[in-house]
Design a protein around this ligand. Structure first.
Ligand SMILES: Cc1cc2nc3c(=O)[nH]c(=O)nc-3n(C[C@H](O)[C@H](O)[C@H](O)COP(=O)(O)OP(=O)(O)OC[C@H]3O[C@@H](n4cnc5c(N)ncnc54)[C@H](O)[C@@H]3O)c2cc1C
Length: 459
């Protein structure tokens, strides 16, 4: 015999839990099905540290106001206009209530963490990180009476003319529900799907988060006629330590030292301006830049002057007493690397080095230039980190409206299907990224999806 629930939520991260709690608080009987085992519950949300929300004044944990207009300007700039303005502005307006709401669900905040991403005014940091945040949400959901099943992937969906009927769990159990919330993440952990858009380059990508976000629910929805949004190659991708594991390396594999040195590819040649802008505005382009290099590998090089200026990766840098020795350790052509470093050093016009401003230390007559923070690499020991593209999450997703209601291609809004989080992030993020928006998208649309799903189910 099958079961019938008011609201079935697919996923176990921020978006799913916000939806489940909101639906339960609105009076619905809610079942959450999480593909991962309990220990690994919570998808990419486990790895997060902060969330970007608009706010009018400084708070105990935020150093100043961040208005809705400023948030919108930031989003417009990073996406280069590739965003659904109506939906994005609506999300930003709702984000100003998010910190209060999520606090009511038991999540605690702390002052901003230091490091090179200066987010103390714009982003609220979770006390204890994403795992602690999730633990609070799970505890609240369970106390409210939400049922959670782990190790329970949705393996099929029954959808008639845009109306959700039932889901098959683990290939065996059939569950009916009056409303369905899809919060099962993107398809970043599905290498075959990544290869379909990136080609064989994707073999060399590392996935920063959960191996469970394979996009199965997204694929089922697309097959059932849901309208998609976004480009399959668009994603959040940063440069991470090439020695990181294939999945789930998390935040400690990210490298934030590009601005302090130079970056060369496997031919020992530079390929992009390492000092183009402040790191928080540029860190998310480096995954894509490395993906375009031969064998999808690059090396960040710097010298003794810079070693203590950034948060190190989990792995120690590769160290050598000379550039030629470093080249040998990296497997690069020594003469070529010496020439690249020599050309760079020769082009540096020294100024007053200050990594907190767009300083006047730059190169002249070099292609590509380094426009800020350029200092000669001439003080042994010399260091290098090998880096590969680290895929955080993908943007291709389901199109939704302000009610987080999924839209069916050529038909309009679905009667009872909603989506939140990575699975619909492409509505807001056509390209680019500003730190902390992933959690805003999941939190705001998760809450809306839960409320709307409950309204549909129990009135
Ligand atoms: C290392 C790292 C650091 C990050 N730091 C930040 C940060 O500080 N701030 C920020 O805003 N964003 C950050 N992000 C991005 C952020 O993690 C995501 O945007 C956000 O967590 C997405 O939430 P979600 O609920 O949509 O997806 P997830 O949290 O990934 O949850 C998706 C869930 O769906 C489950 N699932 C998948 N398939 C199925 C299925 N078939 N059936 C049932 N369940 C399924 C998964 O197991 C998982 O639990 C970071 C990401 C990474 C990888």
């Amino acid at each position: 015999m099958g079961e019938t629930w008011d609201v079935l939520v697919a996923g176990g991260g921020n978006a799913a839990l916000c939806a489940a709690i909101a639906a339960r608080r609105a009076g619905a009987r809610v079942l959450v099905v999480e593909a991962a085992p309990k220990f690994y519950r919570g998808g990419n949300t486990r790895h997060t540290r902060n969330m970007r929300c608009a706010h009018e004044t400084a708070t105990e944990h935020l150093t100043g106001p961040y208005t809705e207009d400023e948030f919108w300007d930031d989003l417009l700039r990073v996406t280069q206009g590739q965003t659904d303005e109506d939906l994005a502005r609506y999300m930003i307006a709702k984000s100003s209530h998010m910190l209060g709401w999520i606090g009511e669900q038991g999540v605690r905040f702390q002052p901003s963490l230091g490091g090179t991403l200066s987010l103390g005014r714009t982003n609220s940091f979770f006390l204890g990180g994403g795992r602690a945040m999730l633990n609070a949400l799970y505890l609240t959901a369970e106390k409210l009476g939400v049922e959670v099943r782990y190790d329970t992937p949705i393996t099929a969906l029954e959808i008639d003319n845009g109306r959700f009927r039932a889901a098959i769990l683990n290939g065996t159990t059939r569950i009916e529900a009056r409303s369905f919330v899809a919060a099962a993440g993107g398809f970043e952990a599905n290498l075959e799907w990544l290869k379909a858009s990136w080609g064989d380059r994707a073999e060399n990508f590392l996935i920063r988060g959960t191996p469970y976000n394979r996009g199965d629910v997204l694929r089922m929805l697309i097959d059932a006629g849901v309208e998609t949004v976004g480009d399959p190659t668009q994603c959040h991708a940063v440069a991470i330590d090439a020695r990181a594991p294939k999945f789930d390396g998390g935040i400690i594999t990210r490298l934030d030292c590009v601005v302090f040195g130079i970056v060369v590819n496997s031919e020992a040649r530079r390929f992009y301006d390492e000092g183009e802008d402040f790191w928080p505005k540029r860190y998310a382009i480096w995954g894509r830049l490395v993906a375009d290099q031969p064998d999808q590998i690059a090396y960040i090089l710097f010298d003794a002057k810079s070693l203590k200026m950034f948060m190190p990766s989990l792995y120690p840098p590769i160290t050598a007493g000379s550039i030629a020795e470093l080249a040998g350790k990296l497997g690069l052509d020594a003469a070529r690397l010496e020439a690249t470093v020599g050309d760079f050093n020769g082009a540096v016009r020294s100024g007053s080095f200050d990594h907190t401003v767009l300083d006047d230390c730059r190169t002249e007559g070099l292609n590509p230039p380094k426009t800020h923070w350029a200092r000669r690499i001439d003080e042994a020991p010399f260091y290098a980190y090998p880096v590969r593209p680290g895929i955080t999450f993908t943007y291709l997703g389901t199109r939704v409206d302000r009610h987080a209601r999924v839209r069916m291609a050529n038909v309009g809004p679905s009667e009872n299907m909603f989506a939140a989080g990575e699975i619909m992030a492409g509505n807001v993020l056509g390209r680019g990224y500003a730190a902390g928006i992933g959690m805003t998208i999941g939190g705001v649309f998760g809450r809306i999806a839960g409320e709307e799903a409950a309204r549909h189910a129990v009135g």
